[in-house]
Write a protein that binds this ligand. Structure first.
Ligand SMILES: NC(=O)c1ccc[n+]([C@@H]2O[C@H](COP(=O)([O-])OP(=O)(O)OC[C@H]3O[C@@H](n4cnc5c(N)ncnc54)[C@H](OP(=O)(O)O)[C@@H]3O)[C@@H](O)[C@H]2O)c1
Length: 277
């Protein structure tokens, strides 16, 4: 079984981004708005900024307390919309309870929407004219391709249909000419679908929720889930026991889809920076 190593794939792509940034003649700026003090979000933001540094991008952090008023949050977003040094930014999700995420995202200038989550960019993406490509599913496609697993003509199953992962994942797999089935919480007999699949992307957000028995031999499995274990460490949505020797490939958690998500955020920022000049 091939370990679909997101760190390895990221390294290669970040090198390429770094040299493209060096040729630009200016440093693309990535902003992050962090509301509240959720420890996991703080780690994600730190990792995004570290990644920026490695490719020569400049980061801009806007930290706000969990009880910030919607008006002040809107003002902070507008400041980033108007800052010419910021080419792309995102609002770190999830927002603390009480915020209307859709409304907050509607304040982001789509031309600076590094996550691709504004209505305009979702529309452009699904219309086949992407401005920003949703980072996690984009990373998954790059990982499958990096290891030369075929997508065209294959049966692909996506578990999960969220706006941020499952739904755009299905679209990107279709763009690569896979035959795609999307499963979700109301799917009956999930295993009957995954057992037919050559590629399975698991994004249900449930720790170790599927195991080897869900897959036929030589399936390629991408595990998007990420969960903190009791005590220490991280697990994904896939129980890895028994997968070795059964699957053709599996992305680990940690070190799989996570690093690729950040790398694709850098790629979106570069794309937005280019488009702004
Ligand atoms: N590694 C990364 O960079 C990265 C990035 C983003 C997300 N994640 C992780 O990926 C996971 C999914 O994220 P998300 O934002 O897409 O989560 P989400 O919004 O909670 O969506 C979960 C999806 O899974 C489906 N689902 C839930 N239980 C199911 C079941 N028993 N059988 C089949 N489908 C089921 C849900 O179906 P319904 O639509 O019917 O409710 C929903 O569509 C989470 O663990 C998240 O932390 C990781």
């Amino acid at each position: 079984m091939i370990r679909i190593d997101g760190k390895e794939v990221s390294k290669a792509i970040r090198e390429k981004i770094k040299s493209e940034v060096a040729e630009l003649g200016f440093s693309p700026g990535l902003g992050v708005v962090l509301v509240g003090d959720d420890p996991a979000s703080q780690v994600y933001v730190r990792n995004k900024f570290k990644a920026c540094e490695t490719v020569g991008m400049t980061s801009f952090e806007t930290k706000l307390p969990a009880d910030v008023s919607p008006a002040d949050l809107k003002k902070a977003i507008e400041d980033l919309n108007n800052n010419p040094e910021v080419h792309g930014f995102l609002v770190q999700l999830p927002l603390p309870k009480g915020f209307d995420t859709d409304e907050v995202l509607s304040w982001v200038d789509p031309k600076k929407d590094a996550d691709g989550l504004t209505i305009e960019n979702i529309g452009l993406f699904h219309a086949g004219q992407p401005r920003s490509i949703p980072c996690t599913p984009h990373g998954v496609i790059k990982m499958i391709k990096h290891y030369d697993f075929a997508i065209e003509g294959k049966n692909a199953v996506v578990i999960g249909r969220s706006q941020i992962v499952g739904w755009p994942m299905a679209r990107l797999l279709m763009n690569e000419n896979a035959t795609v089935t999307v499963c979700h919480s109301r799917t009956q007999d999930l295993k009957s679908f995954t057992k037919q699949a050559d590629i399975v992307v698991v994004a249900a957000g449930k720790p170790e929720f599927v195991d080897q028995s869900f897959f036929k031999e030589d399936t390629v499995v991408l595990d998007v889930g990420i969960h903190r274990k009791e005590g220490n460490g991280l697990v994904g949505d896939v129980k890895t026991e028994g997968c070795e020797g059964h699957l053709a490939g599996l992305s680990p958690v940690p070190g799989g889809v996570g690093p690729m998500t950040i790398t694709m955020l850098l790629e979106n920022t570069l794309r937005l920076a280019r488009a702004s000049h």
